[in-house]
Design a protein around this ligand. Structure first.
Ligand code: NDP
Length: 435
């Protein structure tokens, strides 16, 4: 395997964008052709857009940043992140740096097992219908696989048939829900289209075997057979910051974790922080981030009560963070081979398999969460956030070019990061420089 360049790029944030491009090219993160793609990301060819969605009339661009310092299972990864929110990229880079010095993230991911659902109605006796279907398990699997023979040749394909009988939502007078699950190994694909084709394909056989009628047939986005996990272990001394000892910072993080476990109102915001990182890298690598979001939040609710996707504990003098969530990702399929930015994003990440991609995503989610709970449990989130948010406020007030940094700095100094204040500052700067 070729040497992977380090994800440590000291001083990268101080370079202008041209210098950042040169640095990526010098390190071999992007080829000359890819550099061209990177420069042109904001204006892709209209042909590509037209292939992607209907009625395309333009491009809605997002900034693409690079999360730095990430190391997962001993391998370094630059993390492409497409996101509009200030501080997300800085937070993940900071957290990854702390964890890197503590040995990096450890992660693992399940095989790409996805669930297709087929809803059967009018089936008569649920026990008899279940028996009949399971007796024809091999025939159902063979039929499902006949729709994607190449997937089987690649080592994937339909693997299992399950039946779930659920109480009718109307109460005892309603027909219980009879749901057939088809478990499919989608290999390097996210798998939605693969599964939907199979689910639609097996529906007539399910009807024939049971005498029932199939209505809905589609994949489930609760991809709980396809989980990814990441963890990190940080010595307390490495947490010391803001003139506070590591023990104190750790206590704040532990309290934040307890809060999220006990209270769904807090857990929702805790998980939003996790998804700040995961969504950003999902968008930059052409993943279906709505599918990821749906799966993550449904999984967060699996016990019947919404809870945090990540947790923090104190173990033998170390702060230990763990995250687990479903990640239905793809290295192929969807827009991945169509959108040049998605291909570039995957190249920058330097992952070779979809499982490795999921491990990086889970680590990014945990890194993002670490940065958030560390700030929340100590100096508060506004200190770091406002410094970056101030630039947006300055631009909103009309600042351009060098004025942006100047106005942003003055906003933070005054402790009033507001558009009105920015307008006043801008007006006074312009009055000073007017001839
Ligand atoms: P595709 O339909 O593009 O299918 C992936 C295809 O890639 C496979 O059919 C296969 O085609 C090919 N392929 C090449 N190499 C591999 C490999 N190593 N492993 C697996 N497949 C390989 O994508 P998906 O089925 O992954 O569907 C994802 C898309 O579906 C996303 O864009 C998503 O937005 C969308 N979607 C999502 C829904 C949801 O989440 N609820 C619902 C509907 C759509 P071949 O065998 O012919 O080479």
């Amino acid at each position: 395997m070729p040497d992977i360049p380090s994800s440590r790029l000291p001083g990268f944030h101080r370079l202008d964008v041209e210098a950042r491009w040169r640095e990526l090219a010098r390190r071999g993160d992007v080829s000359p052709e890819e550099l061209h793609v990177l420069r042109a990301l904001g204006s892709p060819s209209f042909d590509i857009l037209n292939q992607m969605i209907e009625n395309a009339v333009g491009v809605f661009a997002l900034p693409l940043g690079l999360g730095l310092n990430l190391t997962v299972n001993g391998r370094d990864h630059l993390v492409p992140m497409a996101v509009e929110e200030p501080s997300v990229v800085a937070a993940v880079s900071y957290a990854a740096k702390v964890v890197r010095h503590a040995g990096g993230f450890t992660a693992d991911a399940d095989a790409s097992m996805m669930i297709a659902q087929v809803q059967l109605t009018g089936y008569g006796s649920p026990e008899l219908a279940r028996e009949r279907l399971l007796a024809h398990r091999e025939q159902l699997l063979a039929l499902a696989n006949s729709f994607h023979p190449a997937l089987q040749r690649r080592g994937g394909g339909a693997r299992e048939v399950q039946v779930r009988i659920l109480p009718a939502p109307e109460g005892p007078q309603g027909e219980p829900l009879f749901i057939v699950h088809l478990l499919v190994d989608t290999q390097e694909a996210m798998g939605a289209n693969l599964l939907n084709t199979m689910a639609e394909g097996v529906a007539p056989l399910i009807e024939q075997l049971t005498g029932g009628r199939v209505y809905v047939r589609i994949l489930s986005n609760l991809a709980d057979q396809r989980l990814a996990r990441a963890s990190c272990r940080i010595p307390l001394a490495a947490l010391a910051d803001f003139d506070l000892p590591g023990e104190d910072i750790a206590e704040g993080i532990l309290q934040a974790s307890r809060f999220a476990e006990a209270d769904p109102y807090r857990a929702a915001t805790h998980n939003k922080g996790v998804m700040n990182g995961i969504d950003a890298v999902a968008i930059a690598t052409g993943q279906d981030w709505r599918a990821i979001e749906a799966g993550a939040h449904a999984y967060a609710c699996r016990t019947g009560r919404y809870g945090p996707l990540s947790r923090w504990t104190l173990e033998q003098g170390h702060l230990v963070g763990r995250i687990e969530l479903p990640l239905a990702l793809g290295m192929v399929g969807g827009p991945i081979k169509v959108h040049p930015g998605a291909q570039l994003g995957l190249k920058l990440l330097r992952v070779t398999t979809v499982r490795e991609l999921a491990m990086v995503f889970a680590s990014v989610g945990l890194a993002q969460n670490f940065a958030a709970v560390r700030a929340l449990g100590s100096v508060g989130i506004q200190k770091g956030h406002m410094a970056l948010h101030a630039r947006c406020v300055a631009v909103t007030a009309g600042a351009r070019g060098l004025d942006v940094e100047k106005v942003a700095r003055l906003l933070v100094e005054r402790g009033s990061v507001k558009v009105e204040t920015a307008r006043e500052i801008l007006a006074s700067c312009q009055a000073v420089t007017a001839p």
